[in-house]
Design a protein around this ligand. Structure first.
Ligand SMILES: *Cc1c(COP(=O)(O)O)cnc(C)c1O
Length: 712
């Protein structure tokens, strides 16, 4: 992510929230005003824990899902923390006689799973259970259904918490809750309390742009006023068995989070860790402050005066947490450098900012009312289907095109909403899947349309017209067949399109041909209209079409290569010059540097023979990763430390060698750039393609399978 765009507001508020939790456990105002203390610790401070749940949900719960890795990662981290915290507090458990209690085993299990082995530790199992439940609820039911289910749990929890007075007045309900409280001490736990906040956090991540600062502030002020009234009322009625859960805590937390989202700046990872440590250690600090106060005879100031007590605990906890965080940060940095996640051998780097930038530039260049259809076939042109599609969908792109039904189904499984057009062939026997996943199938000719219609499953389709490419499509000269397709009962035709086959060329005869294609397309559409058919959206542009013929109108532009910023060289005879930036870089490590004497050879076929004493660097990438073998024998080069080094000998499946004789600074472990920028130098996908006798589309689309994808 770009510097300056991290969620500074959220990171900073973590500290405030942790301090609010300290107030709950120290009651700062109790010496001065009971009511004041109730308002601070039982109403205001109750915003803290939901905020933490929402924050975890924000980064974790998503409608876009690839696999459970992220959930497992979160659970593992929390579990590690929980175990460490349990050990940390074991001396306190021993001291307060926890292990001497009756029914130790069932109580221990109950505490481990729900209530925490020490009072504030309930948060950690609650975060785990909340994450697990909301992940699966949103996965199964989407955000709407997931929120509904989580809300129901929350309402059930309310009746055992702040609204318990109501429950007590209804005997059957009371009996139910009495048995519930046999297995848990409170309902503010991972089952009833946490999930709804996790779901709301995830929801906000995907609808971030819809909540303006103004709306958030107004929403927060109003709902806080209600929360305040609710808290005071329930307190007055003496309904509260416990006071963690309020109805208005939901909107209040939602809008508070909305406000914080608007404060963006540099990331503050240190604050995140500090807040967490503060939360974990402050009860221990309370014990320590009591001990020291006794030893130093300062009870009056540090214990009996509530404010003095709070301030000393808060200050010492914050200082301790900051020190711990710093120590942990150093360790983690060292580990990260050693592990070099995903960048140990060969990898592609995906610059998401550039992807969104390109999408915006293309949208600006398109005529009014025309929409961007992002072409993400072949693993997003080798950029990684999941990352590309979810990034664009989050960025507001609603229309996608792929080549095969299996790519389309994967998109749906990732959680992509909106239209998905399959540009290529799908066997008619799979009509059921087209229907089930709400996909749009291209009708590649009349016979195909009939075969699909015979399946008797209604499917969304688009009719493709052949205007001269002679690959797929209905014959542009035969409107009648298309008219018949429009009357087929099971084919819901919601688009008509054609494809230009030389729109990238500026040669006069190619321009004439392309204009001819456009005219045939218009003629075909007029033919349909003349037959009384109401035209659905129509389109004919792909990347070069838009750039060279911006005057062609249409309802969509199907952009592939331009979206990835991998057009040919900048001056590449496009009429429209857009500032499009490369999304992908291809990198590999230098794994070995060797001296090769004059007359010795390198690699298969002895294709390179040194004509001087040479230094050869071996890179851990080969044609098995998608590097074209045609770049062998000096046809291609790479960048290392901002310098160019030619490829020597034949490229192997898993390695290639470069000549670094003139570059004595090159060492094992350095990063070589095969596509992308290094210092002042740049190698574009188009150059690589040109050197290898191909086009960027081919080079990129073959890059998917073995390379790690690192998103930045
Ligand atoms: C691949 C493809 C596109 C995208 O082409 P680019 O030149 O990469 O923009 C558009 N339309 C159809 C039919 C395609 O097959």
């Amino acid at each position: 992510m770009k510097q300056g765009k991290a969620y500074t507001g959220i990171d900073s508020f973590r500290i405030a929230a942790a301090i609010l939790i300290v107030t709950i456990h120290t009651s700062p105002l109790s010496t001065y005003s009971e009511t004041g203390d109730f308002i601070l610790t039982r109403i205001v401070a109750r915003l803290a824990v939901p905020f933490f749940f929402m924050t975890s949900g924000f980064f974790l719960i998503s409608g876009f899902r690839e696999n459970g890795d992220r959930l497992h990662g979160f659970l593992k981290k929390m579990l590690g923390l929980y175990l460490a915290a349990i050990l940390f507090y074991l001396p306190l458990n021993l001291y307060n006689g926890y292990f001497g209690q009756e029914h130790l085993l069932p109580n221990l299990i109950k505490d481990l799973c729900l209530d925490g082995t020490l009072y504030h530790l309930w948060y950690l199992p609650a975060a785990m259970l909340g994450a697990f439940l909301s992940w699966h609820l949103v996965g199964r039911l989407g955000f709407g259904g997931g929120f509904g289910a989580a809300l129901l749990l929350y309402l059930l929890g309310l009746l055992g918490d702040s609204y318990f007075g109501l429950t007590e007045s209804l005997p059957p309900l009371k009996a139910g809750y009495d048995s519930l409280f046999e297995v848990m001490d409170y309902t503010r736990n991972g089952l009833f309390f946490a999930p709804v906040f996790f779901v709301m956090g995830g929801f906000l991540r995907e609808r971030e742009e819809s909540l303006t600062l103004q709306k958030s502030i107004v929403g927060f002020v109003l709902s806080f006023a209600c929360l305040f009234g609710e808290g005071m009322l329930l307190h007055g009625l003496e309904w509260q068995r416990h006071d963690s859960m309020y109805l208005f805590l939901l909107p209040c937390s939602y809008f508070l989070f909305g406000i914080l989202l608007h404060f963006r700046g540099p990331g503050k990872k240190g604050l995140r860790r500090t807040a967490l440590f503060l939360y974990i250690i402050h009860p221990m600090v309370i014990v320590a402050v009591r001990l020291f106060a006794k030893l130093l005879g300062l009870q009056e100031l540090l214990i009996e005066n509530s404010l003095g007590h709070f301030l000393s605990v808060a200050f010492l906890s914050a200082a301790g947490a900051a020190a711990l965080s710093r120590g942990y940060g150093c360790l983690a940095d060292k580990r990260r450098v050693r592990a070099n996640t995903g960048r140990d051998r060969a990898w592609v780097e995906i610059h998401r900012d550039n992807l969104l930038h390109n999408a915006r530039k293309l949208q600006e260049a398109m005529p009014d009312g025309c929409r961007l259809m992002a072409v993400v076939k072949a693993e997003g042109y080798g950029h990684g289907l999941f990352g590309i599609a979810t990034c664009l969908n989050r960025g507001g792109v609603r229309d996608f095109a792929v080549a095969t039904i299996d790519e389309a189904i994967r998109l749906r499984r990732f959680g992509i909403r909106g239209e998905i057009l399959i540009l290529g062939y799908t066997h008619p026997a799979r009509a059921g899947e087209l229907h089930k996943f709400n996909l749009t199938q291209t009708l590649i000719d009349y016979e195909y349309a009939r075969a699909l219609n015979r399946r008797r499953v209604s499917v969304k389709t688009q009719l493709k017209v052949d205007t001269g490419m002679h690959r797929l499509g209905f014959d542009a000269g035969d409107v009648q067949k298309a008219v018949r397709a429009f009357s087929m009962r099971y084919l819901n035709i919601c688009g008509v399109f054609t494809h230009l086959c030389v729109s990238d060329s500026g040669r006069e005869q190619d321009v004439r041909f392309t204009r001819g294609q456009e005219e045939r397309f218009r003629g075909f559409l007029e033919g349909l209209t003349a037959e009384g058919i109401k035209l659905p959206p129509v389109h004919l542009q792909s990347s070069y079409g838009l750039l060279n013929y911006p005057e062609f109108s249409g309802d969509y532009v199907r952009a592939g290569i331009a979206l990835y910023g991998a057009l040919g060289s900048p001056g590449d005879c496009t009429g429209l010059q857009l500032d499009l930036r490369p999304v992908l870089s291809l990198k590999a490590r230098v794994i070995l540097v060797r001296e090769v004497g004059r007359g010795e050879s390198v690699g298969y076929d002895r294709a390179f023979v040194a004509d001087r004493d040479s230094r050869i660097a071996v890179l851990s990438v080969g044609y098995g990763d998608g590097v074209p073998r045609n770049l062998s024998r000096g046809a291609g080069e790479v960048l290392i430390e901002g310098r160019r080094a030619p490829i020597v000998g034949n490229i192997c499946m898993d390695q290639l060698s470069v000549d670094v004789t003139g570059l004595p600074e090159i060492r094992v472990g350095m990063v070589a750039t095969l596509i992308g920028r290094d210092g002042e130098e740049e190698i574009t996908a188009a150059q690589v393609a040109g050197d290898g006798g191909s086009i960027a589309n081919e080079i990129l689309s073959r890059m998917g399978s073995r390379l790690n994808v690192v998103e930045i």
